[in-house]
Design a protein around this ligand. Structure first.
Ligand code: PHE
Length: 463
């Protein structure tokens, strides 16, 4: 039985080609995982949710929910070797269950489109700071100048809109060419370089005189500040930063060579991703306190603290330029993975060329992105449910769609796929496999459901 399945799936090939090596795959998933989520989002959500306790919950979520779900996505992707919708339909049927699991894939494809619609706007914002850095805007600037520069950029819809357009064009360009050509090379250089520059910044922030405060803010958990909403935000952040719960990793898994170890690759990606997020926090918070800023400032936080730090450094123009180039790269490699599931679906189902598919999906995302562009200026007072259009998209995708997608993927890997199928893909049967199985069958689904119900107040308070 086991060997039959193995030969079946070995014959299955992806229409879109395969990664050239295990290293290429790890780099691609790392490129997807490391992005604005680590450097832009993590510090500000941690700041808004009180710091220490949030960070602890986030780390816990990465370890016991994120890792096993990431492994599940990769194994599902590799077993099906199609876009997430077709893969889930195929495997659901093959296991004698239902094709309707395709709706989970469908939610992922839509999630990717919605996330990219605002991700691209922030990516464009990053890109614009490359130009501001070159122009010396931040040289010797104080907190008030940097804040004013940010506000004037955000107030100008044409400026944000133009950079959003450029960022989308870049993304469409790479996706249209296919993932193997171009992307692998970029990531190979980008991640180590980004890490190096973060270390330079860490040196600066250690010397800022406020490193202790930053450290305390991040690592002293004050559970009295932790609400169920912030637990949900920590869980959502864990999903977002690892790129899981919406099919990106599943799509990348479909191009994974047979012999690659899923466990080792996932561990490598999770390590790299978490280290960069923690490092970003260690850089940002001391600078926040040193400059008398508010850690709960929101989406603009890194666009204030980092330019300030660079502005005071010797060689700041150079470092600032390099930094924002690298961050744009990091955002770019993530954006590609956000688009890949939808494009793979169009190519497979509508029999369109990759170029046409990428352009069509890109256009849809660009139009949706205009909502976020305007959320910072013309429509900043237009608020409903959770706030502006951007805030609603952000909440819907990160706090609802990703955890829900993760929950269903865990159930699929743990309950729909039979034991042999998963053991076959993961290539082991020992204690580690048993642990993975307990995590996807019980810990992840129950944990996610519990946090959901708690945060909407559907479970009674026992304390
Ligand atoms: N992980 C990316 C980041 O941290 C964002 C992302 C989310 C990419 C979901 C793909 C899928 O920036």
């Amino acid at each position: 039985m086991l060997s039959n399945r193995a030969t079946d799936t070995e014959k299955r090939k992806s229409l879109h080609g395969h990664w050239s090596s295990r290293m290429a795959f790890i780099l691609a998933v790392t490129g997807s995982a490391v992005g604005l989520g680590n450097i832009w989002k993590f510090p500000y959500v941690a700041g808004q949710n009180g710091g220490g306790a949030f960070v602890l919950v986030y780390l816990l979520c990465v370890a016991i929910i994120g890792m096993p779900v990431m492994m599940s996505e990769i194994l599902i992707g590799r077993r099906g070797r199609r876009n997430p919708i077709a893969t889930m339909a195929l495997l659901g049927e093959e296991e004698g269950k239902s094709r309707h699991w395709q709706w989970v894939g469908g939610m992922g494809v839509i999630g990717g489109i919605l996330i990219l619609s605002y991700y691209s706007v922030i990516g464009g914002w990053t890109l614009s700071y490359v130009f501001k850095s070159v122009a010396g805007t931040f040289s010797g600037a104080g907190a008030a100048d940097v804040t004013a520069a940010r506000d004037s950029f955000l107030g100008n819809w044409l400026a944000i809109g133009s950079f959003h357009t450029v960022f989308m064009l870049l993304t469409v360009f790479v996706v249209a060419r296919g993932v193997e050509r171009g992307l692998e090379q970029a990531v190979r250089f980008m991640v180590p370089a980004l890490l190096l520059l973060m270390l330079v910044l860490l040196g600066y922030s250690i010397n800022s005189g406020y490193f202790g405060e930053g450290l305390a803010f991040m690592f002293t958990p004050d559970f009295s500040k932790l609400t169920w909403d912030s637990v949900l935000a920590a869980m959502g952040q864990a999903f977002f930063t690892l790129s899981i719960g919406m099919g990106s990793v599943m799509a990348y898994g479909a191009y994974l060579p047979e012999e690659t170890s899923i466990t080792k690759s996932s561990a490598a990606v999770a390590m790299a991703d978490t280290s960069i997020a923690i490092l970003a926090g260690l850089v940002i918070f001391p600078l926040v306190f040193a400059n008398g800023l508010d850690p709960a400032d929101g989406p603009g936080l890194v666009f204030i603290t980092l330019p300030l730090a660079f502005g005071q450094m010797s060689g700041g123009v150079f470092f600032s330029t390099i930094f924002f180039i690298l961050l744009s790269f990091a955002a770019w490699t993530s954006a590609i993975s956000l688009m890949e599931p939808a494009v793979a679906w169009v190519v497979e189902h509508r029999h369109k060329s990759r170029e046409l598919a990428a352009m069509t999906i890109g256009l849809i995302i660009w139009v949706l992105g205009v909502g976020t562009v305007l959320s910072f200026n013309v429509l900043s007072e237009f608020k409903f449910l959770k706030g502006t259009i951007f805030e609603n998209l952000d909440h819907l995708t990160i706090n609802i769609m990703l955890p829900l997608g993760g929950l269903l993927i865990a159930v699929f890997a743990g309950w729909v796929l039979c034991r042999n199928s998963t053991a076959d893909e993961l290539r082991y049967a020992g204690t580690a496999f048993k642990l993975w199985r307990v995590l996807v069958r019980y810990v992840a689904p129950i944990g996610i459901l519990f946090v959901f119900l708690k945060s909407v107040g559907l479970l009674p308070d026992l304390s």
